[in-house]
Design a protein around this ligand. Structure first.
Ligand SMILES: Cc1cc2nc3c(=O)[nH]c(=O)nc-3n(C[C@H](O)[C@H](O)[C@H](O)COP(=O)(O)O)c2cc1C
Length: 257
């Protein structure tokens, strides 16, 4: 069974294709994460965990969820990471999840996907053509991965150097605390109060008050789910997101199929 979390659709794009290729089911974990639902998920086929990379790691809320949810049936667990090109030490967390679940770690593979992060000027979004190319490249990388999973073989991982771990491990929590704040999010006059932002927030950090979203100040990982899924593009992060195109993988559907 393929389990995934996806804020802007990249991970879902890969997860669904893997599930199709394996003739297996896929399960979006968003509702379970929001409801703190750790109840049993059973599969007789291997679990394939698909996760995005945030700040060189598997996002902490997802890591915690995957460590604690009750997975039963198969003893094999695979990991698929999607990133903008650098999956950092994500693989370390995959191994830890496998250990905690007492399952056989069957490897991690990462896919380079379109960039989705617009709340910083440091990582400009790619052009439409570049995004299409990344998605096509990912599609062409899928068959050998699916084949190995079908054959019960391990999938290959990028080598993670010890120095990456030593740098990233202390750096990430500081970066998250300083940079990934929620106090600059607000909705513009375009907001219709539909509440979609609240529905897609994995932290339940958005409340709709007087038909407008209000962000809590504690939990946010800048996953871009609220910003990208707003049907009116009415969510901004300070001045930084103004005028920028919102990324949603589903916008590329017609270019791929
Ligand atoms: C908060 C945040 C941090 C990110 N950090 C990284 C990173 O460290 N390395 C990287 O290559 N991509 C990074 N990305 C890009 C995402 O990993 C990539 O776009 C991913 O495929 C998004 O998956 P989703 O659409 O399923 O949410 C980051 C994106 C966000 C929103």
């Amino acid at each position: 069974m393929v389990l995934y979390f996806s804020a802007t659709g990249n991970t879902e794009f890969i997860a669904k294709r893997i599930a199709n290729g394996l003739n297996d089911e896929s399960l979006n974990l968003l509702k379970r994460i929001k409801n703190h639902d750790y109840s049993e998920i059973h599969s007789d086929k291997p679990f394939i965990i698909c996760a995005p990379i945030y700040v060189c790691e598997i996002p902490n809320f997802l890591y915690k969820y995957l460590k604690n949810v009750k997975l039963t049936g198969t003893k094999q667990i695979y990991f698929i990471l999607t990133s903008g090109g650098y999956s950092g030490i994500g693989k370390h967390y995959c191994k830890r999840i496998a250990r905690k679940q007492k399952m056989k770690y069957m490897g991690t593979t990462d896919f380079k996907m379109p960039r989705n992060y617009i709340a910083s000027n440091a990582y400009p979004l790619l052009s439409h053509e570049e995004n299409v190319q990344r998605l096509k490249d990912s599609i062409s990388k899928l068959p050998p991965v699916i084949e190995r999973i079908k054959e019960g073989k391990k999938i290959k991982s990028r080598y993670v150097w010890q120095f990456e771990y030593l740098i990233i491990k202390p750096f990430t929590p500081i970066w998250i605390k300083v940079k990934l704040r929620s106090d600059k999010f607000y909705s513009t006059n375009e907001c219709i109060g539909c509440g979609k932002c609240a529905l897609v927030c994995p932290f339940n950090n958005i409340e709709i008050k007087d038909k407008k979203p209000v962000w809590g100040l504690t939990d946010c990982t800048h996953c871009m789910a609220c910003v990208s899924n707003c049907p009116k593009e009415a969510i901004e992060y300070g001045e930084i997101t103004k005028g920028k195109e919102r990324f949603l993988c589903s916008k590329y559907k017609n270019d791929i199929e």
